[in-house]
Design a protein around this ligand. Structure first.
Ligand code: AFD
Ligand code: MN
Ligand code: MN
Length: 415
């Protein structure tokens, strides 16, 4: 097809010659859906300081405005995850309408089981049944909100854990968690899911009740088919092979979604792909491979993953950081779609160690910017979204309107 994008024509010709279905690759990129988090648009930071950013969203309506702006710039960010109670409103249908009028939908609902004073010794794992009841009631409130917002996913993350050996019974906490999760699971709308998120530490520093993918998988299996594992890419010990976890969960039909971010050391919510872009590519490589698997349980799982960004931008300009995150996911996915899977299987069968490795690195080293520019042109969105952001008057407009709301003392908005 004649385009005014010679770099794309050159790439498309090369891809066609190597047997790639360029039309299918472009269709997949146009269908990409990256959900952005409401909390990424407001002031947030670390326990040391929250720097107030000019133009940071101050309420859920402004967060929706910003999320809709990111979707207009990319065409692949059509929903925004909400955090309760930070984004709570008395008019859910009005909020749903407000978002729809701006071209986006309300996405996953994230309960807050970590900020109430009562949760000092845990929420659903707390030794006191009164506190556990409070936590379960909050999750049941979130399930009712899902019905009002039309959300499919309840993203369950627990800060629960202990700071010292002996502080509490690890197995008793496990039983409390399972009991609470079962009660919430039974109240899920029939087409809804509970995504069980794990984190190896923080804010608990000795033991975390949902610490790794195995614990999340075990709980998901106990709950039932509407429970899946949520992989937050920043929640692993340094050196963990995250793409291996992703492959394993896909093959078990247990992968429900991602919270994308990056971390160099701890869970510091950096821009996804900014620390280790090869890892992000390898994660997408597993997803693309599984989506074509002959086992429908595996391919069905891979085609039903919720891709959500979960980042708190402490020093980065918020809109630019969120946009860069979405673009990094597009680049990684585009490269994963270019992996020559026939050649990969051949090289693997031939035990050609480095030949097989090079099939992946060839795709990873492909400059996919011309391909993404063409896809964006065909979608009617800016071919270079970051340049479009730089040229837009939206950030200046909202900064003038909103000013720099006071940052909190640390942690999330509303802290
Ligand atoms: C924090 C937690 C976890 C959770 C997110 C939103 O570490 O990732 O999903 O907040 O509540 O990042
Ligand atoms: Mn998360
Ligand atoms: Mn996190």
């Amino acid at each position: 097809m004649q385009t005014n994008n010679p770099a794309y024509e050159y790439l498309a010709e090369a891809l066609q010659k190597s047997g790639q279905d360029v039309a299918a690759v472009k269709a997949a990129l146009k269908a990409q859906h990256i959900e952005t988090p409401s909390w990424g648009y407001g002031n947030s930071g670390t326990r040391f300081k929250v720097f107030a950013a000019a133009g940071a969203a101050r309420n859920v309506y402004e967060k929706i405005d910003d999320a809709a702006f990111i979707h207009r710039l990319t065409g692949v960010a059509p929903s925004v995850a909400l955090h309760i109670p930070w984004d709570k409103t008395s008019d859910w249908s009005g909020l749903r309408q407000y978002a729809a009028e701006r071209g986006i939908a309300l996405g996953a609902i994230n309960p807050n089981l970590f900020q109430d004073d009562e949760y000092k010794s845990g929420s659903v794992c707390h030794p006191d049944p009164v506190v556990r009841r409070r936590a379960v009631d909050h999750m049941l409130e979130c399930v009712e909100i899902m019905r009002a917002t039309g959300s499919r996913d309840l993203s369950l993350w627990l800060a629960d854990g202990t700071n010292y050996a002996g502080q509490d019974s690890i197995r008793a906490r496990k039983h409390r968690l399972e009991e609470a999760a079962c009660e919430v699971y039974r109240r899920l709308p029939e087409d809804a899911r509970i995504l069980v998120e794990y984190k190896f530490f923080e804010p608990a520093f000795y033991q975390t009740d949902l610490a790794d993918w195995g614990m999340a998988a075990s709980l998901s299996r106990k709950l039932g088919p509407q429970a899946k594992v949520l992989v937050d890419t920043g929640h692993h010990a340094p050196g963990t092979n995250v793409e291996h976890i992703v492959a394993f969960l896909l093959d078990e039909g247990l992968l429900g979604g991602f919270h994308f971010n990056a971390r160099k050391y701890a869970d510091d919510d950096l821009i996804v792909g900014s620390v280790n872009p090869f890892e992000l590519f390898l994660i997408y490589n597993e997803l693309v491979g599984a989506a074509a698997d002959s086992n429908p349980m595996v391919s069905g799982c891979a085609q039903d993953v919720a891709y959500m960004i979960d980042q708190s931008h402490n020093i980065e300009p918020k809109l630019e950081a969120m946009l860069q995150s979405v673009v990094n996911c597009q680049v990684a996915y585009a490269k994963a779609l270019l992996v020559d899977r026939v050649a990969l299987a051949e090289r693997q069968a031939a035990e050609d160690v480095l030949g097989a490795h090079r099939v992946l690195t060839d795709a990873f080293e492909t400059d996919v910017r011309p391909l993404l520019a063409q896809v964006r042109a065909e979608m009617g969105v800016p071919e270079n979204p970051l340049a479009a952001l730089a040229a837009s008057d939206y950030p200046k407009k909202v900064a003038a309107e909103r000013g720099a709301a006071e940052g909190g003392s640390g942690g999330y908005p509303g802290a």
